[in-house]
Design a protein. Structure first.
Length: 391
């Protein structure tokens, strides 16, 4: 599969391998001791949501992507941020004719994905070939992380990637953030600029694990180069709205609390050590707790979740809750699971990405590489020291 003679599919496969490899050691449901007594111990029950998956098949040129972050833009509009994307410029719905760009976006109208519409956007290169929406800069390309609407502006985090002399051929080398002044316009009319930020420290890529706005701060989750250890940074909301992400505060544990980066002699505290390179965090109102969702394992992975009473935790144990049916496909890759708490439609919307070790097999399995969607409901019991607790 090529675009203008460029063999692009292997890049998407390598990214999937990278994400899967980084979580390979997380095959067991390891974690902390879980919620304390008298706190909710939730169970997440889910089922496939094929009506919602049709949202991603509304344009015959957009042939799938390997990630899916969502951002509430307000007034029924939702921004989707995608990584490596297959685009058939001829609009024939053919992956054999498709090329791959590093990223694309979509605008959903309507909060219920089962009945919403979607318009996809990317840039144009020479000869009108599809190009990444967030363009490469020299040898550096960008995979979107998460984003957030702050007042009249939109903040989007990007992971910077370069080729590298390692088995995968590339490495995450840092991060950037983009501010959009007019997110209520269509993306082809967006006015954007790069946020101010300090050089990357501690080897952490913030924004790949979810973004929250709470208590006057913008919180950004991310992992280090291992893809296993999760961390949390934050900025005052006014600073973030102005595009100033310099000197973040990092969660440094219960004893030290939040510390400004310029006061830190060592790295921040690890939130949990069995994460993956991409995950999602949101506040679940039915639980009144924060929920983190990720995949567990390498290749034919499962989905897992954990909860906490505050953005920094302490986080409960990682609990397996879904075995994707795609696991039966030899050579499948399952990764990048995350929740989308503000979407509606009778249940918590959860997406995950699918790919294949052999990129040519994507032609044999047309459902792969489109975001998969399930919807879930939390069922809770109360842990108590009393013998007459309610189950």
């Amino acid at each position: 599969m090529t675009a203008g003679g460029r063999a692009m599919i292997p890049a998407g496969r390598l990214r999937a391998l990278f994400l899967s490899f980084m979580m390979a050691v997380c095959t067991a449901c390891a974690g902390s001791d879980g919620p304390a007594a008298d706190e909710p111990t939730p169970r997440l029950s889910v089922r496939p949501w094929p009506a919602a998956e049709r949202l991603f098949r509304q344009d015959g040129r957009w042939m799938g992507a390997d990630d899916a972050h969502s951002v509430d833009l307000g007034k029924g509009r939702v921004l989707w941020l995608f990584g490596d994307t297959l685009v058939d410029a001829q609009g024939q719905g053919s992956r054999r004719q498709a090329g791959m760009i590093r990223n694309s976006i979509g605008i959903q109208k309507g909060y219920d994905p089962a009945g919403a519409s979607m318009a996809f956007f990317w840039k144009r290169a020479q000869h009108a070939e599809p190009a990444s929406f967030f363009p490469e800069r020299g040898a550096t390309w960008y995979w979107p992380g998460d984003g957030i609407r702050i007042g009249t502006r939109l903040l989007i985090f990007l992971a910077a990637v370069n080729t590298a002399p390692n088995p995968l051929g590339f490495a995450l080398t840092g991060w950037q953030a983009v501010m959009v002044d007019n997110p209520d316009e269509t993306p082809d009319r967006w006015r954007s600029f790069r946020a101010k930020r300090d050089p990357t420290r501690f080897g952490i890529i913030p924004g790949t694990g979810g973004i929250l706005a709470r208590d006057g701060f913008v919180y950004a989750y991310g992992c280090d180069a291992s893809g296993q250890r999760a961390y949390l940074a934050r900025w005052p909301e006014n600073n973030a709205a102005a595009g100033d992400l310099r000197d973040p505060q990092w969660w440094c544990g219960d004893d030290a609390g939040w510390l400004a980066e310029n006061r830190m002699q060592a790295g921040p505290a690890v939130l949990f050590a069995d994460a993956q390179s991409e995950f999602g965090v949101c506040h679940e109102p039915h639980l009144n707790r924060y929920v983190q969702i990720q995949t567990i394992g390498f290749g034919a992975a499962d989905l897992g979740f954990r909860t906490a009473a505050s953005p920094q935790g302490p986080w409960g144990a990682l609990t397996r809750f879904y075995l994707p049916p795609e696991k039966t496909i030899p050579g499948v890759l399952i990764y990048a699971a995350k929740p989308h708490c503000f979407l509606t439609g009778n249940g918590l919307a959860i997406t995950y990405a699918t790919n294949h070790m052999d990129p040519e097999r994507l032609n044999d399995y047309p459902a792969l590489y489109y975001p998969r969607v399930v919807r879930g409901a939390f069922l809770t019991t109360i842990k108590s020291r009393r013998s007459d607790h309610v189950p």
